[in-house]
Design a protein around this ligand. Structure first.
Ligand code: GUN
Length: 297
């Protein structure tokens, strides 16, 4: 069965642009009011992962576009955990640094938990420090949340809110349980009074769950994974995957694709995010928002 009308396209770019304009104004305002310098965001990337390099370069550029100072520290894949912790300690101690982001994934010889826990929670723009994740888990509503929420899940909530997608009492199925996306997103959906199911690699018959969902959010890194037969007519579909297609997709090699088979799912969904141009722009805009929030808090 297909819906009669075109689905609502949940474009992220205009929403992200509005957030960035707001952050830019916020910074200009602070400078007019007497702050001697704008916030400074420092992004650390370790190793040679091409996608991580592209993302961190983009983060640094957008930070400068909105009038922040930004530094990108690119460390060799052979960097030891101790060396990385040294960098973080120096940034923690520098009063002129307001936001610190450690790009994930880190190389395997580095313990991600140890590193994320070493970032000063007051400079944790990702909201990944255990103290901030704990605050998020303990919060019943937005007022109790940490200052900075994980960027992609928070951006997803901003998008849903912007387009007036109702969440209270709805069944949301989140596919993927990463700390970057799935787990915090499930928590934010719960705060919005959705009934939340989290599916993962060990879930038996994931599509049996997604077929019952009013809202499906997919973040697993598998291009075109969610197909039309896996949703119910009228579902809202949020695609959080960003995959660079390889030579196994001869006509689209090198292009970006989401985790959702957009063409088939769009015929059945009531609303859907595009890739690119859906959640991606909101992740970066939320990072800028977070940096400004940490600066003023
Ligand atoms: N890698 C993929 N997404 C993210 C993110 O939101 N934050 C960090 N630090 N690393 C990522």
């Amino acid at each position: 069965m297909t819906t009669e009308t075109q689905p609502l396209l949940l474009a992220g770019k205009p929403v992200a642009d509005a957030i960035l304009a707001e952050v830019k104004h916020g910074i200009q305002d602070l400078l007019i009011k007497g702050h001697v310098a704008p916030p400074q965001l420092v992004v650390i990337v370790v190793g040679d992962d091409p996608a991580s390099h592209v993302y961190t370069q983009r983060k640094a550029v957008v930070a400068q576009d909105v009038g922040m100072r930004s530094q990108r520290i690119a460390l060799l894949a052979s960097t030891t955990q101790e060396q990385l912790l040294h960098h973080i300690a120096a940034l923690n101690a520098d009063a002129d640094v307001h936001g610190i982001l450690i790009q994930l994934p880190l190389p395997n010889h580095i313990n991600t938990h140890t590193v994320l826990a070493a970032v000063d929670p007051r400079k944790d723009v990702d909201g990944f420090h255990p103290q901030n994740l704990g605050k998020l888990l303990g919060a019943w509503d937005a007022r109790q949340n940490p200052v900075a929420l994980p960027c992609t899940p928070a951006g997803t909530m901003t998008l849903l809110n912007h387009y007036g997608i109702e969440l209270a009492g709805k069944h949301a199925v989140v596919v993927g349980r990463s700390t970057i996306v799935g787990k915090p997103l499930a928590q934010l959906l719960l705060q919005a009074n959705a009934t939340v199911t989290v599916c993962h690699s060990q879930t038996v018959d994931v599509f049996a769950h997604t077929r019952q969902a009013d809202i499906v959010c997919v973040a697993i890194g598998r291009p075109g994974w969610l197909t039309a037969d896996a949703i119910q007519p009228g579902a809202v579909v949020i695609d959080i995957g960003i995959n660079r297609l390889g030579d196994d997709h001869p006509t689209r090699a090198g292009k970006l694709a989401g985790d959702v088979d957009f063409d088939s799912v769009a015929l059945k969904a009531s609303a859907i995010t595009p890739v690119p141009g859906g959640i991606g722009p909101l992740t970066i805009a939320t990072l800028m928002q977070n940096t400004l929030k940490l600066f003023v808090s």
